[in-house]
Design a protein around this ligand. Structure first.
Ligand code: ZN
Length: 370
């Protein structure tokens, strides 16, 4: 399928994904969620398992974990399907595509899901001890104010400037985006139970890939890094086994550790899906990364996310003000720019091809004890 422009809606993404699979002869399973779309339409996480026979090693590719970031991820999955159609996988290799992990967020143009939850802070929510984030307690009142009028950018920038001077930029970044479990109306909320999408991913992966010897999960995202660039976010710290493995397969300067705390022995964000999958693939050498495509500045991103969150909780998404805020936020994650889309698709193709080669070449990894 030739992609002349990025799909604008969840429905369009899903239709293209299912059509790409049908054209290639790949089966798709739809896993419906309870929440519905803006037109009352049913929403689902769609899963396509590609490969012949029981798999020994697998590439897992997820799109739309943060709904509004998912349109380019969906296009990358369709692009990969087209290539797999013309070059079949070797025996024992499977590719599992999970399309629109957060279909509600994709349909409503929100990063969060139907419960205002950031799904990448939600893995196994009942079983994790949610980390405290005292910094978030300090920023929440002016990050997500409960005001009758939409808060101005200045009301955030003025307060955050003071905190940056007092605590430093890294402190405020960690406070805002590190994840929090105390404010259900806030940003980066990890939820109070394991969400439906998270449970669907866990059950599909367990059913389809239980028993594989090696697995590599690439979770497709946008919004981190300089505009037009891409970054591979490792879920392990520099110097770790994963860090070395990634450096042998990908361009080393593109790899960045998702560090929770300086000096931490683990770098993953608590509740991350790709990382959590290791728990349900106990026989597998499991690795996971996030592919991030840079879009706009962090300041623009946080201001747009803040305004959209205010509209969602306190305003009217259907008003002119509400629609403008929702659209502005969407543009921060998926720029309306064909050059960006073209470049991002090329980045995605390069990363997914490299990821697939690394999985194909992983035969015998368990035997070698690596
Ligand atoms: Zn994301």
């Amino acid at each position: 399928m030739v992609l002349d422009r990025l799909p604008l809606t969840y429905d369009e993404c899903r239709a293209r994904f299912r059509m790409s699979c049908a054209d290639a002869g790949f089966d798709v399973e739809a896993h419906a969620i309870d929440a519905t779309g803006p037109e009352g339409q049913q929403l689902s996480v769609d899963a396509a398992m590609i490969g012949v026979g029981p798999p020994d090693r697998a590439l897992i590719v997820m799109s739309g974990v943060h709904g509004v970031e998912g349109y380019i991820g969906s296009a990358m999955q369709c692009d990969l399907i087209d290539r797999l159609r013309s070059s079949p996988l070797p025996d024992g290799v499977a590719v599992l595509l999970l399309h629109a992990v957060n279909p509600w967020g994709m349909a409503w143009w929100r990063r969060q899901n139907e419960s205002n939850v950031d799904l990448n802070r939600n893995w196994n929510r009942e079983r994790i001890e949610p980390p405290s984030n005292p910094g978030y307690e300090e920023v929440h009142p002016f990050l997500c104010p409960d005001t009758p009028e939409m808060p101005t950018p200045e009301s955030f920038l003025d307060r955050s400037r003071v905190l940056v001077e007092q605590q430093g930029m890294a402190w405020i970044q960690a406070a805002v985006s590190g994840g929090q479990y105390t404010h259900p109306d806030g940003l980066y909320f990890g939820g109070d139970r394991t969400e439906e999408s998270t449970r669907i991913v866990a059950s599909v992966v367990a059913e389809r890939l239980g028993g594989v010897a090696s697995s590599f999960c690439v979770d497709l995202h946008t919004g981190h890094g300089a505009p037009g660039t891409y970054t591979i976010l490792s879920d392990s710290p520099p110097g770790s086994e994963l860090d070395g493995w990634l450096a042998t397969h990908f361009e080393a300067e593109r790899i960045e550790a998702t560090v929770d705390n300086p000096g931490a022995t683990t770098a993953h964000k608590v509740g991350q899906i790709g990382h959590g999958l290791a728990e349900i693939l106990p026989s597998s050498t499991h690795r996971s990364v996030t592919l991030e495509l840079g879009t706009v500045s962090d300041t623009r991103m946080v201001l747009a996310g803040r305004a959209e969150n205010w509209v969602h909780h306190h305003g009217d998404r259907g008003s002119a003000e509400g629609r403008a805020a929702v659209w502005a936020n969407r543009l921060c994650y998926t720029p309306d720019d064909p050059a960006w889309a073209h470049q991002s698709l090329a980045h995605g193709r390069a990363v997914l091809d490299t990821a697939l080669r690394s999985v194909v070449g992983a035969s015998g990894e368990r035997e070698r004890g690596t």
